[in-house]
Write a protein that binds this ligand. Structure first.
Ligand SMILES: CC(=O)N[C@H]1[C@@H](OP(=O)(O)OP(=O)(O)OC[C@H]2O[C@@H](n3ccc(=O)[nH]c3=O)[C@H](O)[C@@H]2O)O[C@H](CO)[C@@H](O)[C@@H]1O
Ligand SMILES: C=C(OP(=O)(O)O)C(=O)O
Length: 429
């Protein structure tokens, strides 16, 4: 298995390109099931999750081609995919594939909306929490689907087609909102989603669906209204920049010190994160090309942060912020409210010398003078990258095992960091 070896201590400088957002690319690819025409998606990151989803869609009969490199695309960022679901041969998504990536469960919505049936494996447990799908099922039932659970599969049918309805989510859910949206666009009549997730990735998917002929208003607010249409057509759409990758590299610069332009990043996608970094004493400057992040000499000030649905501080950056705060001048308080088991990085950061105490859903991080490199491993994507951030500031060598987690969500991580002066190497094996 591959490992990443980091020799800490080098400041970062230069230009680091930001890739397309994984969490938008995945539902956008799934939306290709809603039409028999071609959906062309640009700026799709080259990630293990994207490759796996192509396999899952291929299993349903979706053809894909990778279009030659376009202007603005490089070996490090982005590819253009053409997806065509003109002949869907199978409406079952099997356990072997769905169990490897949660978002693949969302195929249930377009399959049901377009073909009136879907049989999709329950996604199974995951390192960061139990992550049930009850609210996704509730949304589909509200739209008139009959749902049974059979041998670990969700079997959904809608013999007379889906019907528009009011869906009021008792808690904000990104997955629930994606599923409700993708089902409602082909339903008969009007659907209103209340307490909808406002994440930028929801807006990106809604924008693409509108290009495909869907009638959607209110995406990006807590109330989305969808007027169902009988069919959707093909479209071309460019995936928005990855705000989580942006925040991750901003924290890497804050940790290592230096001055880097995060090229293509958009500040409004992560204002709460940028505000936190400014509070920590980091220089953050949105420019026409992206976001400049710098820390030259100044210490890191401790912060008090709670994870929340967008526009609050994202749970997907909680581990990275915690890594940064291990070097702060004082104690930080980080509260995780989205997932009940998302502190798996704490014991690994401790191996590098971090001082972190857990009290329920709160982590109290006592900043230390120095971290020291060590072998570490993590059980999920963002926890793994928090160890990369810590490794950049640790004395000596940090070896990160289980690199497949990083490959799920960070395109060309070593190349991007190395180009900015970090000593990061992938050891194949
Ligand atoms: C591929 C993708 O986009 N993943 C993101 C998505 O995950 P995901 O879409 O799975 O996250 P949700 O917003 O749906 O989950 C939020 C909370 O609601 C709970 N819940 C969710 C659905 C349900 O039916 N019942 C239920 O109780 C979850 O367990 C969790 O505690 O949003 C999360 C929150 O921003 C991010 O961390 C993930 O990176
Ligand atoms: C938790 C994440 O992804 P997923 O929902 O695919 O597990 C993530 O992107 O941090």
């Amino acid at each position: 298995m591959d490992r990443i070896v980091i020799t800490g201590g080098a400041p970062l400088s230069g230009v680091l390109p930001i890739s397309g957002a994984k969490n938008a690319a995945l539902p956008l690819m799934i939306a290709s099931l809603l039409t028999g025409d071609t959906l062309e998606l640009a700026n799709v990151p080259r990630l293990a999750d994207v490759q796996l989803l192509l396999r899952i869609l291929g299993n349903h009969g979706v053809d894909h081609t990778v279009v030659g490199r376009r202007p603005g695309e490089s070996a490090e960022t982005g590819q253009t995919l053409r997806l065509c679901a003109s002949t869907v041969i199978d409406t079952t998504a099997p356990y072997e594939l769905v169990s490897r990536m949660r978002a693949s469960f969302w195929v249930i919505a377009p399959l049901l909306a377009r073909f009136g049936e879907a049989r999709v494996s329950l996604p199974g447990g995951c390192a960061i929490g139990t992550r049930p799908v009850d609210l996704l099922i509730m949304a589909l039932e509200r739209l008139g689907a009959q749902i049974d659970i059979d041998a670990g599969y969700v079997v959904a049918k809608t013999p007379k087609g889906l019907k528009g309805a009011e869906i009021d989510f008792p808690k904000v859910t990104v997955s629930g909102t994606h599923v409700a949206l993708m089902a409602a666009v082909l339903a008969n009549g009007t659907t209103v989603i209340e307490n909808a997730a406002r994440e930028p990735e929801i807006v990106d998917v809604a924008d693409c669906l509108v290009k495909m002929g869907a009638k959607i208003t209110g995406a990006g607010t807590a109330r989305i209204v969808i007027e169902g249409v009988p069919r959707l057509s093909g479209a071309r759409h460019e995936v928005l920049p990855d705000r989580i990758e942006t925040g991750t590299y901003a924290m890497a610069v804050a940790m290592a010190g230096g001055d880097v332009l995060l090229e293509g990043a958009r500040a409004p996608l992560l204002q709460s994160v940028l505000d936190t970094l400014v509070a920590a004493g980091v220089t953050v400057e949105p420019t026409n090309e992206g976001i400049r992040v710098a820390r030259n000499g100044a210490g890191i000030a401790p912060v008090d942060v709670t994870t929340e649905p967008f526009p609050g501080f994202p749970t997907d950056l909680q581990a990275q912020l915690m890594a940064l705060m291990t070097r702060a001048e004082g104690a930080s308080r980080i509260r995780e409210t989205i997932f009940e088991n998302r502190f798996m990085h704490v014991q690994e950061l401790a191996r590098l010398g971090a001082k972190i105490r857990l009290d329920g859903d709160v982590a109290i991080v006592e900043g230390v003078e120095r971290l020291r490199g060590a072998p570490v491993m993590a059980t999920d994507l963002r926890a793994s990258v928090s160890l990369v951030i810590a490794g950049l500031a640790a004395e000596g060598e940090t070896t990160i095992n289980r690199v497949y987690h990083l490959d799920r969500g960070f395109e060309a991580l070593e190349a991007k960091l190395t180009r900015c002066g970090a000593q990061v190497e992938r050891v194949r094996g």
